[in-house]
Write a protein that binds this ligand. Sequence first.
Ligand code: 8IG
Length: 272
Amino acid sequence: MSDLYTDPIGTAELAAKKLSALTGKPQHHVALVMGSGWIDAADNLGRPTHEFETTDLPGFLPPTVVGHGGKIRSYDLQGPNGTVSALVFLGRTHLYEGKGIEPVVHGVRTAVKAGCKVVVLTNACGGINRDYKVGQPVLIRDHISLTGVSPLIGGNFVDLTDCYSKRLRAIVKSEDPSLAEGVYAHWRGPSYETPAEINMIRTMGADLVGMSTVPEAVAAHALGAEILGISLVTNAAAGITGEKLSHEEVMAAGKASAGRIGGLLAKVLPQL
Ligand code: 8IG
């Protein structure tokens, strides 16, 4: 095992150092994790100054699922207060890959150690709230962890009252007031829920369900970053329509929405 498992924070610091060397940028300001279905939206951000494989940095695992990138891009975006250096992760590691929690949060820890004070987490997910339509982006207001797994170890009693920053949500809503807000439940996967489990999760108060984002939000928030979470509803959760769930449906919904969500990110990111 690499020392990601024995020294996750030290490994993130090493990765951040290598990132500075590769990009020639002492600091990045904003990180963006692009979930499945969001990769095409990255093309709206303009031309990156650098692109490399996540595995060029210490501590990253190769991705295992088709359509989950595994690349890092660096952008210099022009915002109202000058140039914003953005670090964009195309693809992520999930808990269901079975490598433990450390690889799942290594990207966001690297980003925060590289200077990012804002971390934007995107995902594709199932819609539990019956008002949601496939292809709709939803701002994450809060989460429910159903995995029982935390990236934190020891007496690190982090407050999560404002884990998903009100300030950041307000900035996004000033660009698009029609955006809904919802509660995201983290399901380990890789199997989707049964219809009975969806009824349970709805009763618990969740609007959205997916297999990512929550550990990264906790890890980045614990290191002091502000979090913005945006889910793209790519399917109705199990049992809602009677249709079966498929990975192909998810990827197609992402492609169809890339323009809208990409345009939103391009407008909002330099302001965060
Ligand atoms: I995309 O319906 C996507 N990811 N747990 N349930 C869970 N994860 C998902 C779903 C879904 N859709």
